[in-house]
Design a protein around this ligand. Structure first.
Ligand SMILES: Nc1ncnc2c1ncn2[C@@H]1O[C@H](COP(=O)(O)OP(=O)(O)OP(=O)(O)O)[C@@H](O)[C@H]1O
Ligand SMILES: [Mg+2]
Length: 371
């Protein structure tokens, strides 16, 4: 056993940690014990503190004399964790070699800090329990970091939600602008050109008549393009007819454009849900289909939409090449596509699950609470 070389009366104020001794030597075992960046103590079978290193005394704010041989260790614990500690202590007395305890230690000034303790039993040759040896880690910093991480995650979620809302709002505005202004102007110009063509029928040289036809065709193609872009920005059917119809429309357009077969199992009767959730699910479908086209080489895609009293669940499954989505469904590489889908679902209190492995296709599942 180590003796109290520091002297019975030594206070802990001014104790230094991790120093080279005054004679400029590398710290020996004793320095290591006293000044280690974790607490060490040992406790007798009746609970009295037998030893405590300087670090732990300093954390607790007591002098050695005030604790060692004078108090039971349990008196340095908050009431709500002392029972847990005593239970762990009993298991050591009853034969366990080692226990772990999450504890709250109470400083001399009454303030509390969280700590993690690993406690081992010391036994004599006959196996009788003679003391504990405990390592104590101060968790204050870690707890602070956890609280901060939770705060930042909540903030990030709020910001993501705002960004997604702002993006939807902007898309809606642009879509309306394209449809109501540019679309209307193109329609009016198209009408005028048709009128001119009718009025001038037969009197125009062949070359000019061909130019006029060309202009009409170009205006019609542009009007259709504007309609498509406006529809992709904010599908009018989503607001008017809900998610099931929008998914079917989106799937039909995708199949026409790409030649990939799509089977949709989404009943219109499944009704309207919360508009923000519906929009998030629709965007997930759009992004998942973009990925199917870009990465999968799939022949068939199945889209399923199920709505129960508690949740709405959208799945997009393809029979393509798949990729390594990892055990937790988080691939080593995730671009903005999957990240965006995840964030959109988180922003409406839902979740995104990615199931994929090489050669076995990909299934994206987006779930949210039914409102
Ligand atoms: N349906 C799929 N089939 C095969 N691989 C896929 C599929 N979906 C995603 N992947 C793989 O996952 C990766 C990440 O997809 P993600 O959409 O996040 O990014 P990206 O498509 O590469 O880029 P972007 O940020 O433009 O979306 C892809 O690069 C691809 O390797
Ligand atoms: Mg993508």
């Amino acid at each position: 056993m180590w003796g109290n070389h520091d002297g019975e009366n030594e206070g802990v104020a001014g104790a230094t940690i991790g120093v080279v001794s005054e004679r400029n030597e590398v710290p020996g075992f004793r320095d290591l014990y006293e000044n280690a960046p974790c607490g060490y103590h040992s406790v007798a079978p009746d609970g009295t503190i037998l030893q405590m290193n300087r670090t732990e005394l300093r954390w607790l704010g007591f002098s050695r004399r005030e604790l060692v041989g004078a108090r039971r260790f349990v008196s340095t614990l908050s009431p709500r964790c002392s029972r847990r500690y005593l239970r762990a202590f009993d298991t050591l007395c009853d034969g366990a070699d080692r226990v772990g305890v999450q504890a709250e230690l109470v400083r001399k000034d009454g303030t509390v800090f969280p700590a993690s303790m690993a406690i081992a039993a010391v036994r004599d040759r006959d196996g009788s329990f003679v003391a504990t040896q405990a390592t104590v880690i101060d968790l204050s910093e870690r707890r602070r970091a956890e609280v901060e991480a939770r705060r930042l995650a909540a903030r990030l979620r709020t910001m993501t939600r705002r960004i997604v809302d702002a993006q939807e709002c902007e898309r809606r505005r642009l879509s309306a602008e394209l449809h109501d202004r540019i679309g209307q102007d193109l329609a009016a110009a198209n009408l005028d050109l048709h009128l001119i063509k009718d009025v001038l029928a037969g009197s125009l040289p062949a070359l000019d008549a061909a130019r006029l036809d060309d202009a009409i065709a170009r205006i019609e193609a542009t009007a259709e393009c504007v309609r498509d872009v406006a529809g992709a920005l904010r599908p009018p059917v989503l607001d008017a007819y809900g998610l099931a119809v929008s998914l079917r429309t989106c799937a039909e357009q995708f199949a026409q454009r790409t030649g990939i077969r799509i089977v949709v199992d989404a009943h219109s009767g499944s009704g309207h849900g919360d508009p923000r959730t519906e929009t998030a699910l629709f965007r997930v479908c759009q992004e998942a289909l973009t990925n199917v086209l870009r990465h999968s080489g799939a022949h068939v895609v199945r889209i399923g939409l199920q709505r129960t009293d508690v949740e709405v669940r959208l799945s997009i499954a393809d029979d393509g090449c798949g990729f390594d989505a990892g055990v937790a469904g988080v691939a080593e590489y995730e671009g903005l596509g999957i990240l965006g889908m995840r964030e959109r679902m988180l922003a409406v209190g839902g979740e995104l699950i990615v199931e994929s492995s090489r050669g076995a296709g990909t299934r994206i599942v987006a779930r949210a609470a039914a409102h």
